[in-house]
Design a protein around this ligand. Structure first.
Ligand code: UD1
Ligand code: CA
Length: 449
């Protein structure tokens, strides 16, 4: 039987934040969610999350799952105290208890499996992960005696000589739960932080083992925003390297960010300062960026999107967007269309080969195939109470500065005169024009004041 305990009750004082530390995010996902996800792959029988500081907020951040149980630690007297509370709350202490600090978010399931394998094969009381850090500042130092761990000394309790030890405790442990529960209440807080340390159990238990892992970033603990940013960099580098090996070019890799779920096809070029977020798919041969933000959208093949933002939308094939376009949720732009500068599109469907090239707002609209929307065209979709639809049939030609006061339904091959305010529907092949006729007053001079 495998149980997991994730320690997430602390405030995270060094983050200098009103948000609990474990709710800070890297690449869009909270530290706590990341640790949970790494554990779920191990298929444990139950996962306990120890919460305390802003417990409601932390609990609500995690989607319901019958395997996940929240245990409240109040007050928070240290990592050892957190496990004391767990052992009191949960009566059955059978099998293994995998304990993880909630602030080591990049830990891989494969590494946890290795730890469990060692633990099982050596029938240990506790096994934990160590690594050698060039700069071990802030971590507990692990002192070995032969094959077993002698003791762990926290940074704040280390003398100068102990500080030289580069072997650190990663904060990830596998315990024989029954043996742990027999010793857990004997922990004391006679240390410089006056906290009950979980790390003191290694000296109380008999068979304490460690497994040293080469540090490739996955063991980075997060106590402050410098370390948060280090983890973000680690994860971003690995995401971008994966895409580069699959045929994606980054012009200025460091200035871009890509979500873990994003899919990017071959021969896509990502220009500087471009951010691909959420579950976005970019198909092959696209040029994206510079200065572009795309979230939860699909982009077809051979598209060019520059200096623009796209949210929750479908962009089909061979489409040019930008510079300075804003595509808002629920838009569908069909193939061979062109959306130009300073154009906002929201909740609208544009059929193939449509063009909205300059300075327009198209909201709640349907634009038929091969229709050209002239510069400055606005769909006035809101009457103060409700939103209404504008429908323009195929092969239409909309004059510059047309305002459509929705609801409006235009037929196919309709032309509107420049500067018209369109308030009535019109049939196929008609010209809709609504503006006062121009008068020229000849020989007119301004009155002198
Ligand atoms: C801890 C370890 C240290 C290790 C490091 C690795 C101890 C005493 N020290 O130090 O050896 O090198 O992690 O990252 O364990 N928490 C609770 N309840 C509490 C206190 C903390 O749930 O009462 C949680 C925190 O929310 C956090 C985790 O435990 O997620 C670790 O606590 P933190 O204060 O960050 O420990 P470190 O000083 O980093
Ligand atoms: Ca920590």
């Amino acid at each position: 039987m495998l149980s997991v305990a994730i320690l997430a009750a602390g405030k995270g004082t060094r983050m200098e934040s009103s948000l609990p530390k474990v709710l800070h995010k890297i690449s869009g996902k909270s530290l706590l969610q990341r640790v949970i996800d790494s554990c779920v792959t191990l298929n444990p029988d139950q996962i306990f999350v120890i919460i305390g500081h802003k417990s409601k907020e932390v609990e609500e951040s995690i989607p319901n799952d019958k395997k996940i149980h929240f245990v409240i630690q109040e007050p928070q007297l240290g990592t050892g105290h957190a496990i004391q509370v767990l052992c009191r709350e949960v009566k059955k202490h059978k099998g293994k208890l995998l304990v993880l600090n909630g602030d080591v978010p990049l830990i891989k399931s494969a590494t946890l499996k290795k730890l469990i394998l060692l633990h099982d094969s050596k029938n240990a009381d506790v096994s934990l992960i160590t690594t050698k850090k060039k700069n071990p500042h802030g971590y507990g130092r692990v002192f070995l005696k032969g094959d077993t761990i002698d003791r762990i000394v926290e940074e704040k309790d280390c003398n100068n000589q102990e500080k030289e030890n580069l072997l650190i405790n990663a904060g990830i442990y596998c315990f024989n739960w029954d043996n742990l529960s027999k010793k857990i209440n004997t922990l004391e807080s006679n240390n410089n932080q006056k906290e009950i340390y979980l790390t003191d159990t290694v000296s109380l238990l008999k068979n304490s083992l460690s497994i040293e892992i080469e540090d490739n970033g996955e063991l980075q603990g997060i106590n402050n925003r410098i370390q948060l940013s280090k983890c973000e960099e680690t994860i971003q580098n690995s995401i971008k390297e994966k895409h580069m090996l699959n045929g994606v070019t980054f012009i200025n890799k460091a200035s871009c960010s890509i979500s873990e779920e994003a899919e990017i096809g071959k021969d896509v070029t990502i220009e500087a300062n471009t951010h691909i977020r959420g579950s976005t798919k970019i198909n092959s041969n696209c040029f994206i960026g510079p200065n572009t933000f795309i979230e939860n959208s699909n982009v077809g093949i051979n598209c060019e999107i520059s200096n623009s933002t796209v949210y929750d939308s479908q962009i089909m094939d061979h489409i040019k967007i930008g510079p300075y376009s804003h595509i808002r949720p629920k838009s569908q732009i069909s193939s061979y269309s062109k959306i130009g500068n300073f154009v906002e599109i929201k909740n609208s469907q544009l059929e193939e080969e449509s063009k909205v090239n300059h300075l327009s707002y198209i909201g709640d609209s349907y634009i038929g195939r091969s229709t050209n929307i002239g510069a400055g065209t606005i769909t006035a979709n809101f009457d103060g109470h409700e939103k209404h639809q504008t429908k323009i049939g195929k092969n239409s030609s909309i004059g510059a500065n047309t305002v459509f006061v929705a609801p409006i339904n235009l037929g196919e091959s309709v032309t509107t005169g420049a500067g018209s305010v369109i308030t009535k529907d019109s049939k196929d092949n008609s010209l809709a024009i609504s503006r006062t006729k121009q008068i020229n007053i000849e020989n007119w001079k301004k009155k002198k004041s």
